[in-house]
Design a protein. Structure first.
Length: 360
């Protein structure tokens, strides 16, 4: 919205700053951050009054989790509110890619809210039906993938870019949309599975998002894209504004989610943020790089898949408990120890993901 102030500029005054993505990204970051600090405590108090008993704790979970009983959930609202305000104020609203990512984020937030609401009202960890979640998620992801393919340059529509291979494209044809659906759905659910300890999911999400802010800016800039040997996708640079708002909102939330958490993100936040990462990867044509940058989320999801399949086949477990962060809890690792080590892994994976930009 504020981008249009640039039209008041004669080319050398303050209003000219609004033309620059970097300036508006900074504005979006601080807008979302201040929003989180300002409204965090009132929102937590409201959630505590409305939910009373807070998020239900699984009976079969680690014993130390019972001390978290009564902590309110749906704290993802704090992130999303700052994200939406920051994006609408500072991003170019005539950019289709911004709307794709924003609507995917809000769509998955809606699924997460319904799931959280069911858990809180029933006081049971089983929330919304898995089939309903999957069906709605499929519709949102398919719509986003189709719209992204429509907006992409003709020579890249329906094509999969391959990391480490300069200008290489794989034509997926009719499989492109299903593949993108898998990316977005997989990212949403992988982040959701990672959100099991105080501060565990939000920091890796911000690290991955920050990495994709750089990727989006580079891919959307013709000179940088040519220098790095990546495909130029005009307009994607504007997603740096969206991501900056996400990081600002995430830091505002982490202020209250740091151990011991005053509020949980809930599925409202984790599904939304995972969906956002998946949508950004699809829009920037870096779907495979997401598997590297978000490798921590991939491992968390795989640990659950392996556990379920192996248990159904043999009646035995590979991990003491899945997702894998609970396995380490069962082995005696402290919560802070797990969280900080997983953050370190997320940073390493992000740097590897960035390295793919110049290894082509």
């Amino acid at each position: 919205m504020l981008y249009w102030l640039a039209s008041l500029s004669d080319g050398g005054d303050f209003f000219n700053l609004f033309r620059y993505i970097t300036f508006r990204a900074g504005g979006a970051f601080f807008t979302a951050l201040i929003f989180g600090f300002f409204f965090g405590r009132p929102l937590i108090d409201l959630l505590r009054r409305k939910q009373k008993k807070g998020q239900p704790i699984r009976d079969d979970g680690p014993q130390n989790h019972f001390s978290k009983a009564g902590t309110p959930t749906m704290g993802g609202f704090l992130i999303l509110a700052g994200l939406v305000v920051g994006t609408l104020l500072w991003a170019r609203l005539d950019n289709g890619y911004v709307w794709i990512v924003l609507l995917v984020t809000l769509g998955f937030a809606g699924i997460g809210f319904a799931d959280d609401y069911a858990k809180v009202t029933k006081q049971h960890h089983a929330g919304l039906s898995g089939r309903v979640r999957l069906l709605i998620g499929l519709c949102i992801s398919a719509g986003a993938a189709g719209f992204a393919a429509y907006l992409h340059p003709a020579e890249m529509s329906g094509q999969l870019a391959l990391p480490f291979m300069k200008n290489a494209l794989l034509n997926l044809g009719i499989l492109y949309v299903p593949f993108c659906v898998l990316v977005i759905l997989g990212a949403a659910n992988a982040v959701n599975l990672t959100d099991g300890l105080d501060g565990l999911a939000i920091m890796p999400v911000m690290i991955a998002a920050g990495t994709f802010a750089i990727i989006a800016y580079m891919v959307g800039h013709a000179n940088f894209a040519d220098y790095l040997g990546v495909h130029f996708v005009p307009g994607t640079g504007e997603l740096a504004v969206f991501v900056s708002a996400l990081i600002g909102g995430g830091l505002g939330f982490l202020w209250y989610n740091a151990p011991p958490a005053a509020v949980f993100m809930g599925d409202t936040g984790s599904l939304a943020l995972g969906g956002a990462l998946g949508a950004i990867a699809v829009v920037t044509k870096h779907e495979i790089v997401l598997a590297i940058v978000g490798g921590l989320f991939v491992v968390e999801a795989l640990s659950v898949i392996i556990q379920v399949l192996y248990f159904k086949r043999t009646g035995k477990r590979v991990f003491l408990m899945a997702p894998i962060h609970h396995h380490f809890e069962k082995k005696g690792w402290g919560e802070a120890q797990i969280v900080i080590r997983f953050w370190i892994i997320a940073v390493i994976l992000a740097l590897i993901g960035l390295a793919t930009l110049k290894l082509r």
